[in-house]
Design a protein around this ligand. Structure first.
Ligand code: SF4
Length: 669
């Protein structure tokens, strides 16, 4: 049944920017596991074995279901694989597994039409369902554009009719890297283009009275992805639609970076109450993905629908006037915190052994005993917080130290040493620092007489704290209220994770129940959600039970994922699937081992030539599987070497980087 909704949302792209509530979508039938409406946020993932390997696919699917997957997607690159989905389904049912299956389709409408008769859902990519060209036509007349739309209608309508007849659901899954020529000609490679790409297909479905749809807007860049989903919701609402959202960051990579990048994109949208199903894409075994998705989603089970953030708001106050904020721009106020350069990293070392200079290696300063000096790296923190504890060794010249105000007063030589105040202390202070004063504050303080009495000047940097359950929204509101007051003081986002769930062993990064994994996911959501919207001049993650070096690494990874501070090489590696032509995990590790010192370079590592080049989006270089034992190398979107033997491919890639003048010899340690 068609169901139209109102054409605006109070929060712009979500119900509210201050209180947590899920945007209510229409319920979609997918086998026995409905999605959207009042259903829980569903967890899903995709197999990586060859779809023609029936037993391999069945066994991997079972491992994924046992890990928490509620839907399992399987690639169907051609009719042959589409037919084999029936065998896989039969065997799964025989073994008592009734998980709905999803066929993943790129370029092959004929495979989609077979699969739609077998499985519970088909995923199509609107960028390549009906477009087989090489994505190089740059201009379209209005007539040519219209003719393309008619051609798509003719190609797509048969699948829609089959889905209607068989009760099959469909995901219209746009990817940032594979937009059609038609969309690129009008919108470029933009979130607006991604949204329109899906809307063209949704409108055809609606014209044929088919509404069993789920939509996604994936990108490997969380900033692009977040913006595209928010725009999509605005657009859908304006057109009276409320299809469920499938959230995901593509080609997120592996390990810490993969988890943090995924959490920045997916977590930010979950905070907004958007999302009906989540797929985390890691270059790891697929059964490792569902637990990460579950850890992200579970945070919202207990979140109140009316939080104190909303209750304590003055009438008329709304966060961030623009529902789609501009990309990161740091306030150019206080040179000591970095002016317009990059957000700063603060870490607490007050509980460490302050008699031992080697402890600073955890914060990126390696002490050389022979030379009695420190070596800095790309991930050396900018500030250390020592509370009231004085070290008995000299600190590196470029590391700034922060002390609680009363202790700061007692320190004679205050070069590179700055005070941290409570609001009351700052107001009462007889002596203040001439350059930099950090004042702890929360959003609630803004409406108190203390805040009105604050002697603000350009030396003040706020350390923004929150104890609200819906903390990201609470801090977002602070940014908005401060900007409404016309204040531009830099803000360090501080999040504290003292809870027992962050205590315990930290050995297994693969386990999202592990305190460190949880911290990475939570901090990336809470702090990354602000940084993707351009809010924040510094990050300070406080988790006393997590090792300091891990806090530093997570801080830099969050800054890298939000593209607000680049400190390492970025790997855009696909999660692999039945099309993959080499061992992605092994290859990614091999490439990483030789290139991980190339700060700022983005290297795409893609399993197949069919989707890889499109999906590696804005990578500087690409290493793409072209056939068994063969790799094609890319510079941006341009093929540089075709079908290189995989034994030589990494050397050849390094040679291309060298020719471009972007290679640096690694430091010998
Ligand atoms: S790029 Fe990777 S995940 Fe995507 S279709 Fe190719 S092999 Fe599969």
């Amino acid at each position: 049944m068609d169901m139209k909704i109102g054409n605006t949302l109070p929060g712009g792209y979500c119900n509210s920017l201050t209180e947590y509530s899920r945007w209510r979508t229409r319920e979609v039938t997918i086998g026995d596991v409905p999605m959207g409406g009042d259903n829980p946020i569903r967890i899903q993932s995709m197999t990586t074995v060859d779809t023609m390997d029936t037993i391999g696919s069945v066994e991997q699917t079972i491992r994924m279901v046992d890990a928490g997957c509620e839907y399992v997607r399987i690639t169907a690159p051609s009719i042959k694989e589409a037919h084999n989905l029936a065998e896989i389904k039969k065997e799964l049912r025989r073994r008592g597994y009734h998980v709905p299956l999803v066929a993943d389709i790129h370029f092959t409408p004929n495979a989609a039409e077979v699969a739609a008769r077998i499985v519970e859902k088909v995923r199509i990519n609107p960028g390549n369902y009906a477009d087989k060209k090489k994505f190089d036509q740059l201009s379209y007349t209005q007539t040519a554009y219209q003719a393309e739309l008619e051609r798509i209608y003719a190609k797509f309508a048969p699948l829609v009719k089959i889905c209607k007849e068989y009760g099959t659901a469909m995901r219209i899954g746009t990817n940032h890297g594979s937009l059609s020529d038609r969309i690129m000609s009008h919108y470029g490679d933009t979130p607006e283009g991604m949204v329109e790409s899906a809307m063209e297909f949704i409108r055809i479905c609606e014209d044929l009275h088919y509404y069993n749809l789920v939509i996604s807007m994936k990108s490997s860049n969380p900033q692009v992805m977040v913006r595209a989903y928010r725009l999509l919701v605005e657009k859908m609402v304006a057109e009276g639609m409320n299809y469920p959202l499938h959230l995901g960051v593509t080609e997120a990579g592996d390990g810490e970076d993969g988890r943090i990048k995924s959490a920045v994109g997916i977590g930010t949208l979950l905070e907004d109450g958007l999302g009906d199903t989540v797929r985390v894409s890691l270059t790891e075994e697929p059964e490792f993905e569902a637990p990460v998705a579950i850890a992200l989603v579970n945070r919202y089970e207990a979140r109140q629908t009316t939080s104190s953030v909303q209750k304590s708001l003055d009438i008329g106050q709304r966060p961030h006037p623009s529902p789609l904020p501009a990309p990161y721009v740091a306030a150019e106020v206080n040179a000591f915190i970095g002016g317009s350069i990059v957000p700063r990293v603060v870490v607490d070392i007050s509980r460490k052994n302050l008699k031992d200079p080697t402890i600073l290696s955890d914060v990126g300063y390696k002490y050389d005993i022979l030379l009695d000096k420190y070596h800095m790296g790309e991930q050396s923190v900018d500030f250390v917080y020592l509370a009231d504890n004085l070290p008995s060794f000299s600190m590196p010249g470029n590391l700034k130290q922060l002390y609680d105000y009363q202790t700061w007063l007692t320190i004679k030589n205050k070069a590179n040493i700055h005070p941290v105040y409570t609001l009351g202390e700052f107001i009462e202070a007889d002596l203040r620092d001439a350059n930099l004063n950090l004042v702890r504050i929360s959003r609630r303080d803004l409406s108190t007489p203390l805040f009105e009495a604050l002697p603000l000047d350009k030396t003040v940097v706020f350390v923004l704290e929150t104890d609200e359950p819906h903390g990201m929204a609470d801090q977002r509101l602070f940014f908005s209220m401060l900007s409404e007051l016309g204040l531009e003081n830099p803000i360090i986002i501080r999040r504290q994770y003292p809870a027992p769930e962050f205590s315990g062993p930290q050995n297994n990064l693969m386990d999202p129940e592990e305190p460190l994994s949880k911290l990475q996911l939570y901090a990336a959501t809470d702090i990354g959600g602000l940084l993707v919207d351009g809010m924040g001049n510094g990050v300070w993650i406080d988790a006393p039970t997590i090792p300091t070096d891990k806090l530093v690494s997570a801080s830099f990874a969050i800054l890298q994922a939000t593209r607000s501070r680049i400190s390492k090489t970025e790997y855009i590696s696909c999660p692999s699937c039945g099309r993959t032509l080499f061992d992605l995990q092994e290859t990614t590790q091999m490439i990483r081992s030789r290139t991980n010192h190339l700060k700022g370079l983005k290297i795409g590592i893609m399993g197949c030539i069919v989707n890889g080049p499109g999906e590696m989006a804005d990578a500087d270089y690409g290493y793409v599987g072209a056939g068994p034992g063969k790799v094609t190398l890319y510079r941006g979107k341009e093929v540089v070497k075709r079908n290189v033997s995989s034994a030589d491919a990494l050397d050849e890639l390094i040679e291309i980087i060298r020719e471009d003048g972007r290679w640096i010899d690694p430091e010998i340690k």
